[in-house]
Design a protein around this ligand. Structure first.
Ligand code: GDP
Ligand code: MG
Length: 225
């Protein structure tokens, strides 16, 4: 089922903001980061926050299962036809950066089947701190780390932390229990990222995903301008 796209760098499909029929395609936002940091939980919260104002869909990537998609279906964050699972069969890194054909096919099929869409969220089955998305697959990427993973992750850097369009430090509610210093995480992230934005959030708290949702709205406003 692999289309024969050649990519590495910026392929034609991702760079093109128009669909073959001339309509504007959806903004594609990738979410990467280590296993367990809260990517699927963030996707679920974003769907709940945005689904009444936007037409949106989700692509998940798992290595051998459809677990993330099944979680989103169970939680009923979107109608089932708006959730698509890619089984990468290998390092998810490859599916979002090197051989992006299965993901491109998934986003294009979603637009054909339930479109027109404003937004497609693509979750990587993250494995580590270096899993970044091809610019041919997504227009913007969010990197999700969490407080329980250790407060030295922002300082250690890596391409996700330093270059993602938005860095999310999730699970701030756990900081007191794991001895993580949130102020230090924020300062280290700022030092690594300069002007690029950072959000500290807890999906257990009332305001939850609000800052990330606001960032997505901002990107979408730029995209449609
Ligand atoms: N305490 C706490 N747990 C969270 C938060 N966000 C997600 N989790 C939990 O962390 C676990 C992993 O989240 P998940 O979204 O599946 O991580 P993923 O592997 O990055 O997709 C799940 O049990 C979530 O319920 C948070 O802000 N605070
Ligand atoms: Mg997940």
């Amino acid at each position: 089922m692999h289309l024969d796209h050649t990519h590495h760098g910026a392929p034609a499909v991702g760079a093109d903001a128009r669909r073959p029929d001339g309509t504007r395609r959806a903004l594609r936002v990738g979410l990467g980061g280590p296993v367990g940091s809260g990517k699927t939980a963030t996707v679920a919260a974003l769907c709940r926050a945005l689904r009444d104002e936007l037409s949106l869909a989700v692509v998940t990537n798992d290595i051998y299962t459809r677990e993330d998609a099944e979680f989103l279906l169970r939680e009923a964050v979107l109608p089932p036809e708006r959730i698509s699972a890619v089984e990468t069969g290998a390092c998810p890194h490859t599916a979002i950066r090197d051989d992006i054909s299965a993901n491109l096919e998934a986003v294009e099929d979603l637009e054909d089947e339930v479109g027109p869409l404003d937004l497609i969220l693509v979750e990587s089955g993250g494995d580590n701190l270096t899993a970044t998305f091809s610019k041919g697959l997504v227009d913007a990427q969010v990197f999700v780390i969490d407080v329980a993973g250790g407060d030295d992750i922002p300082r250690k850097g890596g391409p996700g932390v330093t270059t993602a369009d938005l860095l999310v430090v999730n699970k701030t509610d756990l900081a007191p229990y794991v001895g993580s210093d949130l102020a230090r995480m924020a300062a280290d992230a700022k030092a690594q990222r300069g002007e690029l934005p950072v959000v500290l959030q807890s999906l257990r708290a009332g305001d939850g995903v609000a800052d990330v949702a606001a960032w997505v709205r901002g990107r979408l406003a730029e995209w449609t301008a």
